[in-house]
Design a protein around this ligand. Structure first.
Ligand SMILES: *Cc1c(COP(=O)(O)O)cnc(C)c1O
Length: 370
């Protein structure tokens, strides 16, 4: 074990027959693009959420882009979100010509600090974009109340929160629309790229379907609003159908791994994740925090050959491509401070107990030398 970066091979080893059967099912079907598997997956993923509609798209970034466009968000509109997220959240806002507006994060959960949202609303604000980061949900009740009060739309970024619950409600069911990614590492991952936008609103669904298909109705080849080619691939859809039936089992394994870490690091200087009240965490990433983060990571690599990830080392507002947004180095103090201290422990369903023990022992060794 030289690297602790997730690889799909152990999973493929276990699920190979089913995955290859999915591939064969599509190749034998006679329709390789927008065929039976995409429509079946869309129905099953919508049903899983108890929602009316799901539109399969090519990746999570475009799930956000199409979601924003389908909600009518465009040039000049302000979208309130966070800087502690995967850059694609913010890239998607930028791509539709809208302006990302950042609020700081909660120091315990590292999620959107909902108390700061009211102060960020201007007359140009059109949309709130909470990111259910790492596998747990943003506090949605106050956010929805603000949206109602100010006539704003809500698009949830659920790329890290498949199956996560908030006071019983599934991530993706608490806004006007929600975007998912099926990038291979995600809680529900394809064998390549994939994404989906879900909604309960039939008009938003109709717009999403046109937007992912050049802007055309399937039957009438007339473009009213130029769209994208953002279709979910038929093979990925069939694989996702198979894996959706195992989603709750994958999550149960992630939770067991999280419990083991929690137990092991109790009472140490390593701060383990805090689950906000009412949340069921799915642990897409297991984010811990240590004041000497860089030293811990360096020593783990040097002494134990264990490489860990940081999600995310550079808050979006500090990246040069977003300098035009005008956030200074002190604009989001919690986001900036947390980014220097967080790192992620290995977390994926195929992580074995032995591998996890080795990581825990190595961390104790390194922390004992600090
Ligand atoms: C992965 C991710 C995305 C982008 O999804 P892709 O499928 O990689 O385009 C967007 N937002 C968040 C929070 C993500 O983790």
């Amino acid at each position: 074990m030289t690297q602790h970066v997730w690889g799909y091979l152990p999973e493929y080893d276990e699920e190979r027959a089913d995955i290859l059967d999915a591939v064969d099912t599509v190749f034998s079907s006679g329709q390789l693009v927008l065929g039976k598997s995409v429509s079946a997956f869309e129905r099953e993923f919508a049903d899983y959420h108890g929602l009316g509609h799901c539109v399969g798209v090519d990746n999570g970034t475009n799930a956000i882009v199409l979601g924003l466009r389908a909600l009518g968000i465009g040039p000049g509109d302000e979208v309130i979100t966070v800087s502690n997220t995967a850059a694609p959240t913010v890239i998607a806002i930028d791509l539709v010509g809208a302006v990302p507006v950042f609020v700081d994060i909660d120091p315990d959960t590292y999620l959107m600090d909902v108390d700061q949202v009211a102060g960020a609303i201007t007359e140009r604000t059109r949309c709130l974009l909470p990111v259910h980061l790492y596998g747990q949900c943003v506090d949605m009740a106050p956010l929805r109340a603000l949206a109602e009060e100010h006539g704003l739309l809500v698009l949830e970024d659920c790329a890290q929160a498949h199956g996560a619950r908030h006071h019983g409600a599934l991530a993706g069911t608490m806004g006007n629309a929600a975007a998912f990614s099926f990038y291979p590492t995600k809680v529900l991952g394809a064998y390549g790229d994939g994404g989906a936008t879900v909604t309960d609103d039939p008009e938003v669904d109709a717009r999403l379907r046109r937007l992912r298909f050049y802007g055309m109705e399937d039957r009438y080849y007339v473009v009213e609003t130029p769209g994208h080619n953002s279709r979910l691939d038929e093979v990925q859809a069939e694989i996702l159908r198979r894996k959706l039936t195992r989603l709750d089992a994958y999550t149960a394994r992630r939770k067991a791994i999280a419990d083991r870490y929690e137990e092991a690091f109790k009472g140490t200087d390593l701060i383990t994740p805090k689950t906000a009240p009412g949340n069921e965490h799915v642990y897409y990433v297991y984010v811990v925090r240590h004041p000497l983060r860089d030293k811990v990571i360096e020593e783990l690599k040097a002494r134990h050959d264990i490489a860990l990830n940081i999600s995310y080392p550079w808050p979006v507002h500090t990246q040069s491509g977003f300098a035009h947004l005008g956030y200074g180095p002190d604009a989001l103090p919690v986001t900036t401070r947390v980014a220097d201290e967080i790192f992620s422990l290995p977390m994926y369903p195929s992580l074995s107990d032995e591998e996890q023990e080795r990581v825990i022992d190595a961390l104790f060794d390194v922390m004992g030398r600090l």
